[in-house]
Design a protein around this ligand. Sequence first.
Ligand code: AMP
Length: 190
Amino acid sequence: MTRLLIVGPPGSGKGTQAARITDSLGVVAISTGDIFRANVKEMTPLGVEAKQYMDAGDYVPDSVTNAMVRDRLAQSDVAEGFLLDGYPRTVAQVAELDDILASNGQNLDAVVLLTADEDELVARLLKRAQIEGRADDTEDVIRHRLSVYREQTQDVVAAYRERGLVREVDGLGELEDVTSRILTALRQDA
Ligand code: AMP
């Protein structure tokens, strides 16, 4: 299991789990959001282009995002495997990733889908907002963000479910427990 995607709702600890899994499996973590943010910070041409969309809360256009992912997946450190986080986000990006992998003679091994009870996520995110002083993160705003996530991911998840690639893992509980659940799920045959 070396070519993986991770999908999970806000508040599910997806980023933390991604780091722990990649450490454990010895593969590279690739987060498109992180790459964009790093480019914005460095004010690279890619960052300047992406920023306007990110600031507006929109997706960066596929032409930009796909080219960036294609470049990243062509780098030598990815040879042992990768865990993609934040891509693909649309059905068109699913097709693009298929094409990128096919041209590298590769396949996707599995998609980790972190699940969590929505009320539990709301409670978590409200607590986090309180600790971090994010007064704008009201329950309504948080519930809206979760419904946007659900809408945006459902087609991508459905596409991979059809291929039998999705491994659903309960994302609630202790950090260590969730990590070992994910690793166990990846060890099992699909
Ligand atoms: P994230 O941290 O994954 O939420 O990504 C932050 C921002 O980067 C998003 O709001 C988008 O503007 C952009 N972004 C990240 N991944 C993608 C993607 N796969 N397609 C388009 N835009 C993306």
